[in-house]
Design a protein around this ligand. Structure first.
Ligand code: NAD
Length: 490
């Protein structure tokens, strides 16, 4: 039975605690608490806790809606998506306010950069699907044409960091490709997904085309990825969960794409603009280091180690830990007490294991979720603090003697999400940029994205690529139509 629970207010914005299935709000008998990392005593709301039955209802709805949505032309689907992008733009300050309270990312960067990217995601994919030209060629006396067929129901599972941006980034290509979507946001930051559903509703998407279910990964998430009617699974999260979902996808032979964790190298060569590199590097503490692509392993050429470290520590000392709503704050609290303890656990194990803390190294104050910006000099390359993703404001500093050693260190973990190189030497940048094993490598810049470029990771940082045509292809079944030349009437 469909029913609705009462909406609650967060930052003056009305939020529904319920799932959004087949164009309606649907509640669950059980709920889970959502608290604010800015003040853990603040209960933001009780969200519907989806279960197996919720997942079944959502797949029923998406499955039923599929043929109608798939039959539309890309330009017709684009109209809905552009309408949604306008609504996101109009509401972006509200969404930023709620996301700041829910996951504590700095409000200013949410408002200026992160939430507007949600609208850009929808515009980019709407336009790309319309512009798409089918590949056509002749061979063996036949005319060939590659056709993208919508593939069915796409399940999208997202993590708690930057939830609105990541959800829109992953849902937009699936909708543009003609698939219907079920989004399962993370249970630690569920609120802006619920606002996303309100906007989808306001944009007039047909019922069942876009559905969201709230709840725990091991419950409703597990049921979703195991439903055999689901034809695509697109996941962003940790490698550990990626393996579990990948196994479920394999069971039903469902194509699966995974954007996973990182432990990316940030390499500073002696000829680099050391000041710019040190500033950018220290800037990575902003969202408490809860950024998958962060360059957490600093690799610095021996000859500039002292200069780099002095500048880096100066920039780090300028950080202001505080309430993310305050424009002066540069370091937000961490998402959850459990995550704070996990980060501290990494640091304390590193200390016990003989690695040197250069700065930071502890929880900032007892009554909050901030962790001090931390730099560790590891005693060797194979220790846990160098080899495992911490997902917090914790960087390691190692030095290298030459290009060969820099590349060896850069490629010495199981991860391969991103890499950053600071140098003024074009040939060196090109050589090292190609040699670093990662999905994206930035030279003298960081986090700049062209939405048509492929995005993903190698090693345990991911499977497959999203972004641009790569994501549209993923959510489609490609068909080759081959016709014997001169065999058809005009
Ligand atoms: P997580 O793997 O714990 O959870 C991610 C999502 O998976 C959540 O929605 C969770 O409810 C769901 N889930 C958990 N178990 C499930 C199961 N058995 N079946 C179905 N769904 C399940 O990750 P997290 O802690 O939310 O996010 C942090 C991780 O995400 C870090 O490793 C980070 O690097 C990574 N991340 C990667 C990218 C990228 O683009 N590569 C971007 C952001 C975050």
């Amino acid at each position: 039975m469909s029913q609705t629970s009462s909406r609650f207010e967060v930052g003056g914005i009305s939020v529904s605690p319920d799932h959004y299935i087949n164009g309606k709000r649907v509640s669950s008998p059980q709920t889970f608490e959502d608290r604010s990392p800015l003040d853990w005593s603040l209960l933001l709301g009780e969200m519907a806790r989806g279960d197996h039955d919720t997942a079944r209802q959502a797949v029923d709805a998406a499955y039923e809606a599929f043929s109608g949505w798939a039959e539309l032309k890309p330009a017709q689907r684009a109209e809905y998506m552009h309408r949604l992008a306008e609504l996101i733009d109009a509401k972006s300050a509200d969404i930023a306010r709620v996301e700041c309270l829910d996951m504590a990312m700095l409000q200013e960067s949410l408002e200026l950069r992160v939430i507007p990217r949600g609208a850009r995601n929808f515009r980019a994919y709407a336009d790309l699907a319309v512009k798409h030209e089918e590949r056509v060629w002749s061979s063996n006396n036949t005319d060939n044409r590659v056709i993208r067929m919508p593939s069915g129901v796409s399940v999208i599972i997202t993590p708690w960091n930057a939830p609105f941006m990541l959800s829109t980034w992953k849902c937009a290509p699936a909708l543009a490709a003609g698939n219907t979507v079920i989004l399962k946001p993370a249970e630690w930051s569920p609120l802006t997904a619920s606002i996303f559903a309100d906007l989808i509703d306001e944009a007039g998407f047909p019922p069942g085309v876009f559905n969201i279910v709230q709840g725990y990964g091991e419950e409703v998430g597990d049921s979703l990825v195991k439903d055999p009617r689901v034809r695509r699974i697109s996941f962003t999260g940790s490698p550990e969960t990626g393996k579990i979902i990948g196994a479920a996808a394999a069971e039903n032979l469902v194509p699966f794409t995974a954007e996973l964790g990182g432990k990316s190298p940030l390499i500073v060569f002696a000829d680099a603009d050391v000041d710019a590199a040190a500033r950018k590097t220290a800037g990575q503490y902003d969202d408490s280091g809860q950024v998958c692509m962060a360059g957490t392993r600093l690799l610095v050429e021996e000859s500039i180690q002292d200069e780099f470290l002095e500048k880096f520590l100066n920039y780090t000392s300028e950080h202001v830990l505080g309430d993310s709503r305050n424009p002066e704050t540069t370091i937000s609290p961490m998402i959850h007490p459990e995550h704070l303890q996990s980060v501290d656990g990494f640091v304390q194990r590193a200390v016990a294991d003989g690695n040197r803390v250069v700065t930071g190294g502890k929880i900032w104050k007892e009554d909050g979720l901030w962790y001090e910006p931390t730099l560790i000099e590891p005693r060797s390359n194979d220790v846990e603090i160098v080899q495992k993703e911490v997902f917090g404001p914790v960087l390691t500093l190692q030095t290298f003697a030459d290009e060969k050693e820099a590349v060896e260190l850069a490629n010495s973990t199981e991860y391969g999400l991103a890499g950053m190189i600071y140098t003024k030497d074009a040939e060196l940048a090109n050589r090292v940029g190609r040699a670093v094993r990662a999905g994206t490598v930035w030279v003298n810049c960081f986090l700049i994205r062209d939405l048509t470029a492929p995005f993903g990771g190698t090693g345990i940082s991911g499977i497959g690529r999203e972004g641009g045509d790569y994501a549209l292809d993923f959510h489609s079944d490609l068909k080759t139509l081959q016709i014997l030349q001169s065999s058809l009437n005009d």
